[in-house]
Write a protein that binds this ligand. Structure first.
Ligand code: GPP
Ligand code: MG
Length: 309
Protein backbone atom coordinates (compact mmCIF):
# COMPACT_ATOMS: atom_id res chain seq x y z
CA UNK A 1 0.00 0.00 0.00
CA UNK A 2 1.35 3.41 -0.84
CA UNK A 3 1.65 5.99 1.89
CA UNK A 4 1.64 9.69 1.22
CA UNK A 5 2.86 12.10 3.87
CA UNK A 6 -0.70 13.28 4.42
CA UNK A 7 -2.02 9.79 5.03
CA UNK A 8 0.94 8.72 7.16
CA UNK A 9 0.45 11.76 9.45
CA UNK A 10 -3.23 11.11 9.59
CA UNK A 11 -2.70 7.47 10.46
CA UNK A 12 -0.49 8.49 13.41
CA UNK A 13 -3.15 10.89 14.67
CA UNK A 14 -5.82 8.23 14.34
CA UNK A 15 -3.71 5.73 16.25
CA UNK A 16 -3.00 8.25 19.03
CA UNK A 17 -6.68 9.18 19.34
CA UNK A 18 -7.72 5.54 19.60
CA UNK A 19 -5.10 5.00 22.32
CA UNK A 20 -6.72 7.72 24.44
CA UNK A 21 -9.98 5.78 24.44
CA UNK A 22 -8.43 2.31 24.72
CA UNK A 23 -9.98 1.50 21.36
CA UNK A 24 -7.86 -0.96 19.37
CA UNK A 25 -6.58 0.57 16.15
CA UNK A 26 -5.22 -1.68 13.45
CA UNK A 27 -3.51 -0.81 10.22
CA UNK A 28 -5.57 -3.49 8.47
CA UNK A 29 -8.79 -1.66 9.27
CA UNK A 30 -7.71 1.93 8.79
CA UNK A 31 -5.22 1.83 5.91
CA UNK A 32 -7.56 0.50 3.24
CA UNK A 33 -9.86 3.49 3.88
CA UNK A 34 -7.07 6.09 3.83
CA UNK A 35 -5.52 4.43 0.82
CA UNK A 36 -8.77 4.34 -1.15
CA UNK A 37 -9.25 8.10 -0.88
CA UNK A 38 -5.67 9.26 -0.34
CA UNK A 39 -5.70 11.83 -3.16
CA UNK A 40 -8.39 13.73 -1.26
CA UNK A 41 -6.70 13.85 2.14
CA UNK A 42 -4.30 16.78 1.76
CA UNK A 43 -7.09 19.28 1.13
CA UNK A 44 -9.85 17.49 3.05
CA UNK A 45 -11.76 18.58 6.10
CA UNK A 46 -10.87 15.88 8.60
CA UNK A 47 -12.72 15.32 11.85
CA UNK A 48 -13.24 12.67 14.49
CA UNK A 49 -16.28 11.86 16.56
CA UNK A 50 -16.57 10.45 20.06
CA UNK A 51 -19.81 9.77 21.91
CA UNK A 52 -21.27 8.54 25.16
CA UNK A 53 -23.51 5.53 25.68
CA UNK A 54 -23.52 2.03 24.28
CA UNK A 55 -23.91 3.00 20.63
CA UNK A 56 -20.74 5.05 20.60
CA UNK A 57 -18.54 3.02 22.94
CA UNK A 58 -15.89 0.62 21.64
CA UNK A 59 -15.16 2.47 18.42
CA UNK A 60 -13.94 5.87 17.34
CA UNK A 61 -15.10 7.36 14.06
CA UNK A 62 -13.04 9.55 11.78
CA UNK A 63 -14.46 11.30 8.74
CA UNK A 64 -13.02 13.31 5.87
CA UNK A 65 -14.32 15.16 2.84
CA UNK A 66 -13.89 13.99 -0.75
CA UNK A 67 -14.37 16.23 -3.81
CA UNK A 68 -17.35 16.15 -6.11
CA UNK A 69 -15.58 14.47 -9.03
CA UNK A 70 -14.98 11.29 -7.02
CA UNK A 71 -17.72 8.65 -6.89
CA UNK A 72 -17.10 7.61 -3.30
CA UNK A 73 -19.41 4.60 -3.30
CA UNK A 74 -17.85 3.21 -6.49
CA UNK A 75 -14.44 3.61 -4.82
CA UNK A 76 -15.66 1.85 -1.67
CA UNK A 77 -16.93 -1.09 -3.75
CA UNK A 78 -13.85 -1.24 -5.96
CA UNK A 79 -11.51 -1.22 -2.96
CA UNK A 80 -13.54 -3.79 -1.08
CA UNK A 81 -14.49 -1.43 1.77
CA UNK A 82 -18.12 -2.50 1.50
CA UNK A 83 -19.89 -5.34 -0.28
CA UNK A 84 -22.20 -4.86 -3.25
CA UNK A 85 -25.82 -5.31 -2.24
CA UNK A 86 -29.28 -5.59 -3.79
CA UNK A 87 -30.69 -3.54 -0.93
CA UNK A 88 -31.83 -0.04 -2.04
CA UNK A 89 -29.06 1.42 0.16
CA UNK A 90 -26.71 0.36 -2.65
CA UNK A 91 -28.33 2.56 -5.30
CA UNK A 92 -29.34 5.50 -3.11
CA UNK A 93 -26.27 7.68 -3.59
CA UNK A 94 -26.37 7.30 -7.39
CA UNK A 95 -30.09 8.08 -7.36
CA UNK A 96 -29.53 11.22 -5.28
CA UNK A 97 -26.68 12.29 -7.54
CA UNK A 98 -28.97 12.04 -10.57
CA UNK A 99 -31.48 14.48 -9.13
CA UNK A 100 -29.64 16.73 -6.68
CA UNK A 101 -26.39 18.62 -7.33
CA UNK A 102 -23.89 17.31 -4.78
CA UNK A 103 -21.20 19.79 -3.79
CA UNK A 104 -18.82 17.34 -2.08
CA UNK A 105 -18.85 14.10 -0.13
CA UNK A 106 -17.72 12.80 3.24
CA UNK A 107 -16.47 9.35 4.23
CA UNK A 108 -17.01 8.03 7.76
CA UNK A 109 -15.15 5.05 9.19
CA UNK A 110 -14.46 3.51 12.58
CA UNK A 111 -10.96 2.52 13.64
CA UNK A 112 -12.57 -0.76 14.70
CA UNK A 113 -15.53 -1.00 12.34
CA UNK A 114 -13.95 0.29 9.14
CA UNK A 115 -16.00 1.99 6.39
CA UNK A 116 -19.45 3.04 7.65
CA UNK A 117 -21.08 6.00 5.94
CA UNK A 118 -21.03 8.38 3.02
CA UNK A 119 -22.33 11.94 3.33
CA UNK A 120 -23.54 14.03 0.41
CA UNK A 121 -23.08 17.75 1.05
CA UNK A 122 -25.33 20.15 -0.83
CA UNK A 123 -24.18 23.70 -1.53
CA UNK A 124 -25.71 26.40 0.72
CA UNK A 125 -27.66 27.75 -2.26
CA UNK A 126 -28.57 24.24 -3.35
CA UNK A 127 -30.19 22.85 -0.24
CA UNK A 128 -32.73 20.17 -1.06
CA UNK A 129 -36.43 19.97 -0.47
CA UNK A 130 -37.76 17.01 1.41
CA UNK A 131 -40.24 16.38 -1.42
CA UNK A 132 -37.37 16.02 -3.94
CA UNK A 133 -35.73 13.43 -1.72
CA UNK A 134 -39.00 11.59 -1.10
CA UNK A 135 -39.47 11.14 -4.88
CA UNK A 136 -36.18 9.25 -5.19
CA UNK A 137 -37.04 5.57 -5.83
CA UNK A 138 -34.48 3.96 -3.49
CA UNK A 139 -35.27 6.35 -0.61
CA UNK A 140 -36.73 4.75 2.55
CA UNK A 141 -40.51 5.15 2.46
CA UNK A 142 -40.30 6.35 6.07
CA UNK A 143 -39.32 9.82 4.79
CA UNK A 144 -42.65 10.11 3.00
CA UNK A 145 -44.44 8.64 5.99
CA UNK A 146 -43.07 11.41 8.19
CA UNK A 147 -43.60 14.23 5.69
CA UNK A 148 -46.43 15.82 7.69
CA UNK A 149 -44.28 15.89 10.80
CA UNK A 150 -41.44 17.71 9.04
CA UNK A 151 -43.86 20.07 7.29
CA UNK A 152 -45.53 21.01 10.60
CA UNK A 153 -42.22 22.53 11.73
CA UNK A 154 -41.24 24.18 8.46
CA UNK A 155 -38.68 21.51 7.57
CA UNK A 156 -40.29 20.70 4.23
CA UNK A 157 -38.74 23.80 2.66
CA UNK A 158 -35.33 23.57 0.96
CA UNK A 159 -33.43 22.95 4.17
CA UNK A 160 -31.64 19.63 3.75
CA UNK A 161 -27.95 20.52 3.54
CA UNK A 162 -26.38 17.13 4.19
CA UNK A 163 -27.61 13.61 3.56
CA UNK A 164 -25.90 10.68 5.28
CA UNK A 165 -26.10 7.02 4.19
CA UNK A 166 -25.15 4.48 6.84
CA UNK A 167 -24.32 1.32 4.86
CA UNK A 168 -23.90 -0.81 7.94
CA UNK A 169 -27.09 0.06 9.81
CA UNK A 170 -29.03 0.67 6.59
CA UNK A 171 -30.32 3.98 7.74
CA UNK A 172 -30.14 7.53 6.44
CA UNK A 173 -29.43 10.77 8.28
CA UNK A 174 -31.32 13.83 7.11
CA UNK A 175 -29.56 17.05 8.17
CA UNK A 176 -31.54 20.28 8.22
CA UNK A 177 -29.91 23.71 8.31
CA UNK A 178 -31.15 27.29 8.22
CA UNK A 179 -33.71 26.30 10.82
CA UNK A 180 -36.81 28.35 11.55
CA UNK A 181 -36.01 30.05 14.90
CA UNK A 182 -39.21 28.69 16.31
CA UNK A 183 -37.89 25.12 15.97
CA UNK A 184 -35.43 25.79 18.76
CA UNK A 185 -37.90 27.03 21.37
CA UNK A 186 -38.17 24.57 24.28
CA UNK A 187 -41.93 24.19 23.73
CA UNK A 188 -41.39 23.36 20.06
CA UNK A 189 -38.59 20.90 20.78
CA UNK A 190 -40.79 19.15 23.33
CA UNK A 191 -43.71 19.09 20.90
CA UNK A 192 -41.57 17.74 18.05
CA UNK A 193 -40.25 14.91 20.16
CA UNK A 194 -43.72 14.13 21.45
CA UNK A 195 -45.05 14.05 17.85
CA UNK A 196 -42.59 11.34 16.88
CA UNK A 197 -43.34 9.31 20.00
CA UNK A 198 -40.18 10.15 21.94
CA UNK A 199 -40.23 10.76 25.71
CA UNK A 200 -39.81 14.20 27.31
CA UNK A 201 -36.36 15.66 26.64
CA UNK A 202 -34.05 16.48 29.55
CA UNK A 203 -33.29 20.05 30.59
CA UNK A 204 -29.83 19.58 29.06
CA UNK A 205 -31.27 18.56 25.72
CA UNK A 206 -33.52 21.63 25.64
CA UNK A 207 -30.63 23.96 26.45
CA UNK A 208 -28.45 22.52 23.72
CA UNK A 209 -31.35 22.44 21.28
CA UNK A 210 -31.85 26.15 21.87
CA UNK A 211 -28.39 26.85 20.46
CA UNK A 212 -28.42 24.41 17.59
CA UNK A 213 -27.39 25.39 14.07
CA UNK A 214 -28.75 22.10 12.76
CA UNK A 215 -31.12 19.24 13.46
CA UNK A 216 -30.86 15.76 12.07
CA UNK A 217 -33.03 12.69 12.08
CA UNK A 218 -32.24 9.05 11.39
CA UNK A 219 -34.68 6.89 9.43
CA UNK A 220 -34.49 3.47 7.82
CA UNK A 221 -36.18 1.07 5.42
CA UNK A 222 -37.48 -1.34 8.06
CA UNK A 223 -39.64 0.94 10.14
CA UNK A 224 -41.90 3.93 9.53
CA UNK A 225 -40.64 5.59 12.73
CA UNK A 226 -37.94 8.21 13.14
CA UNK A 227 -35.21 6.29 14.98
CA UNK A 228 -33.04 9.12 16.32
CA UNK A 229 -33.29 12.89 16.62
CA UNK A 230 -30.24 15.07 17.14
CA UNK A 231 -29.22 18.70 17.64
CA UNK A 232 -25.86 20.04 16.42
CA UNK A 233 -24.26 22.92 18.33
CA UNK A 234 -21.04 24.57 17.13
CA UNK A 235 -18.90 25.95 19.92
CA UNK A 236 -15.45 27.56 20.11
CA UNK A 237 -14.65 25.68 23.35
CA UNK A 238 -16.26 23.62 26.08
CA UNK A 239 -16.84 26.49 28.53
CA UNK A 240 -19.12 28.17 25.98
CA UNK A 241 -21.58 25.31 25.99
CA UNK A 242 -24.81 25.89 27.91
CA UNK A 243 -24.39 22.56 29.74
CA UNK A 244 -21.42 20.87 31.41
CA UNK A 245 -19.52 18.83 28.87
CA UNK A 246 -19.55 15.06 29.43
CA UNK A 247 -16.37 14.06 31.35
CA UNK A 248 -15.49 11.29 28.89
CA UNK A 249 -15.61 13.79 26.04
CA UNK A 250 -13.70 16.52 27.86
CA UNK A 251 -10.91 14.16 28.80
CA UNK A 252 -10.64 12.98 25.23
CA UNK A 253 -10.59 16.50 23.79
CA UNK A 254 -7.83 17.50 26.20
CA UNK A 255 -5.56 14.74 25.00
CA UNK A 256 -6.29 14.45 21.32
CA UNK A 257 -4.27 16.01 18.49
CA UNK A 258 -6.43 18.63 16.79
CA UNK A 259 -6.11 21.54 14.40
CA UNK A 260 -4.09 23.84 16.66
CA UNK A 261 -5.31 26.95 14.83
CA UNK A 262 -8.81 26.08 15.76
CA UNK A 263 -10.32 24.48 18.85
CA UNK A 264 -13.89 24.64 17.64
CA UNK A 265 -16.04 21.55 17.83
CA UNK A 266 -19.58 20.41 17.31
CA UNK A 267 -21.44 19.10 20.32
CA UNK A 268 -24.31 16.79 19.44
CA UNK A 269 -27.24 16.06 21.70
CA UNK A 270 -29.08 13.00 20.45
CA UNK A 271 -32.15 11.15 21.54
CA UNK A 272 -33.47 7.77 20.45
CA UNK A 273 -37.04 6.50 20.47
CA UNK A 274 -36.38 4.69 23.75
CA UNK A 275 -35.54 8.02 25.39
CA UNK A 276 -31.85 7.29 25.70
CA UNK A 277 -29.85 10.52 25.37
CA UNK A 278 -26.33 10.55 23.97
CA UNK A 279 -23.82 13.32 23.73
CA UNK A 280 -21.23 13.33 21.00
CA UNK A 281 -18.44 15.59 19.95
CA UNK A 282 -16.97 16.16 16.52
CA UNK A 283 -13.65 17.92 16.60
CA UNK A 284 -11.43 18.88 13.70
CA UNK A 285 -8.02 17.47 12.95
CA UNK A 286 -7.90 19.55 9.77
CA UNK A 287 -10.37 22.38 9.22
CA UNK A 288 -10.97 24.24 5.93
CA UNK A 289 -12.57 27.66 6.00
CA UNK A 290 -14.85 26.70 3.09
CA UNK A 291 -16.82 24.60 5.61
CA UNK A 292 -18.10 27.75 7.29
CA UNK A 293 -20.43 28.41 4.37
CA UNK A 294 -21.24 24.75 3.87
CA UNK A 295 -22.52 24.43 7.42
CA UNK A 296 -24.47 27.69 7.16
CA UNK A 297 -22.53 29.00 10.12
CA UNK A 298 -22.11 32.66 10.64
CA UNK A 299 -19.56 34.05 13.09
CA UNK A 300 -22.48 34.78 15.34
CA UNK A 301 -23.39 31.09 15.61
CA UNK A 302 -20.00 30.40 17.05
CA UNK A 303 -20.10 33.33 19.40
CA UNK A 304 -23.61 32.50 20.54
CA UNK A 305 -22.46 30.37 23.45
CA UNK A 306 -20.06 33.06 24.63
CA UNK A 307 -22.72 35.75 24.66
CA UNK A 308 -25.28 33.67 26.47
CA UNK A 309 -23.06 32.38 29.25
C1 GPP B 1 -22.61 14.17 11.92
O1 GPP B 1 -23.35 12.98 12.01
C2 GPP B 1 -21.61 14.20 10.85
C3 GPP B 1 -21.65 14.92 9.68
C4 GPP B 1 -22.75 15.83 9.31
C5 GPP B 1 -20.56 14.81 8.64
C6 GPP B 1 -19.20 15.26 9.04
C7 GPP B 1 -18.27 15.05 7.89
C8 GPP B 1 -17.06 15.61 7.73
C9 GPP B 1 -16.28 15.30 6.51
C10 GPP B 1 -16.44 16.53 8.71
P1 GPP B 1 -22.81 11.54 12.44
O2 GPP B 1 -22.50 10.76 11.21
O3 GPP B 1 -21.73 11.69 13.41
O4 GPP B 1 -24.07 10.87 13.14
P2 GPP B 1 -24.33 9.42 13.69
O5 GPP B 1 -23.06 8.62 13.54
O6 GPP B 1 -24.71 9.58 15.10
O7 GPP B 1 -25.47 8.85 12.88
MG1 MG C 1 -11.07 1.71 9.48
Amino acid sequence: MSETAASADLYSAIEASAGLLDVPCSREKVWPVLNAYEDALASAVIAFRVGTGERYTGDLDWRFSVPQHVDPYAVALAKGLTEATDHPVGTLLADINERCPIDSYGIDFGVVGGFKKIYAFFAPDGMQRLSTLIDIPSMPISLAENFDFFARYGLDADKVNVFGIDYRHRTVNLYFGGLPAQCLEPETITAMLRDIGFPEPSEQMLKLGGQAFGIYTTLGWDSPEIERFCFSVMTPDSVSLPVPIEPKIEKFLDGVPHDSADGRFIYYAAMSATGEENFKVQSYYQWQSRMQGQMLLSDSDEQQGKRDS
